[in-house]
Design a protein around this ligand. Structure first.
Ligand SMILES: NCc1[nH]cc(CCC(=O)O)c1CC(=O)O
Length: 339
């Protein structure tokens, strides 16, 4: 082991630096000197909807910084990464995952059961919009962007009755108690890999690759692989109305437990929602747990395609109204249209 200090690259948001800070701490604890390096990305600057600026916007520039050597290790929110493998980098390591679910943050402690008819709810993600519309067709859905604090601010200010966010973002920044409702598996399935981090190093940096092994948690990686295989096989990006969530039973991976994958593909307006569930026992698979997870993701994707998922998802996304932008924002009106 050398004394080279590994530069851990991250976006600058509170969430991103908190997440990357955990990775840095784990590296240091394992004997690898490490420090954070903040990489500013256009996703942090431009307030246009993610559907327009491209899903890669959060991860593209961090990957470019890693390739250039501005950092040695990059920490991404896994769900923001494109599904295609990128050969510039070593296979992705996945630290222990936190709660993958979505949460509602509503005024006055309102939940999905008590939100009044026609309540104004903010979320841009097509996956959340379509599943919410299916659960509660009466809701008045508003697109919005911005970091977690900005989004929650619309509820505090009274502009919206509620917003939907990833539990992970709240839990990791210590704001988990702001959630008034955690969506269950039957209500809303998260984005594939939500709540998981993706940690990358350059493909030729053997020292950094060795360090990746100490932050990797195989059961978390196996769950994410099942979810992302499904997403890739549906040929959908993270802006598609596709949700997936894989969970081990109590026996876990080491105990030879069962991995269950829940998946959903929905029409943008929530008028049709295709759901499916399947299981596998990864520890018993002859080709290993990763192969078992891939097989499960493939199997459920094939089933959803068979049932018409592609037609459902390729139907034009409904015209959305202009997204809310933070009042204090000095950013010019969004003009960026390329990823
Ligand atoms: N696309 C934005 C994004 N990327 C990762 C998270 C939350 C943390 C995570 O899911 O790992 C969020 C915010 C959100 O969806 O509410």
């Amino acid at each position: 082991m050398s004394s080279r200090t590994l530069k851990v690259g991250t976006r600058g948001s509170t969430l991103a630096t908190t997440q990357a800070g955990h990775v840095r701490d784990a590296l240091i604890a394992a004997g690898y000197p490490a420090e954070l390096v903040i990489v500013r990305t256009r996703g942090d600057v431009v307030m246009a909807p993610v559907e327009r600026i491209g899903v890669g916007v959060f991860t593209l520039e961090l990957r470019a910084a890693l390739e250039r050597g501005d950092c040695d290790i990059a920490v991404h929110s896994y769900k923001d990464l494109p599904t295609a493998r990128d050969d510039r980098f070593a296979p992705i390591a996945v630290p222990p995952r936190v709660d993958p679910s979505d949460v509602l943050i509503a005024r006055d402690g309102l939940t999905m059961d008590t939100l009044p008819q026609g309540a104004r709810v903010g979320t841009s993600a097509p996956r959340r919009r379509s599943q919410l519309a299916a659960l509660r067709p009466d809701l008045d859905l508003h697109p919005l962007r911005g970091n977690i604090d900005t989004r929650m601010g619309y509820v505090t200010s009274g502009d919206l009755d509620a917003v939907v966010l990833a539990a992970a973002g709240l839990d990791r920044t210590g704001a988990g108690e702001r959630a008034t409702h955690r969506f269950g598996i039957d209500e809303m399935l998260p984005a594939p890999a939500q709540g998981a981090l993706a940690v990358e190093a350059r493909a030729d940096d053997t020292e950094a690759i060795e360090a990746l092994a100490v932050v990797d948690h195989l059961p978390s990686r196996v769950r994410v692989i099942a979810e992302r295989r499904l997403l890739a096989d549906l040929e959908a990006g993270c802006t598609a109305p596709v949700g997936a969530r894989a969970e081990f039973d109590d026996a876990g991976l080491d105990g030879g437990g069962v991995l269950t994958l829940h998946a959903v593909a929905a029409a943008h307006d929530g008028s049709t929602v295709l759901r499916t569930t399947g299981t596998t026992t990864p520890a018993e698979h002859p080709d290993g747990p990763v192969a078992a997870a891939e097989e499960l993701g493939r199997r459920l994707a094939a089933e959803l395609l068979e049932r018409g998922a592609r037609d459902l998802m390729t139907v034009e996304s409904p015209e959305q109204r202009a997204p809310l932008v933070p009042k204090e924002s000095t950013t010019a009106p969004p003009t960026v249209t390329d990823p």
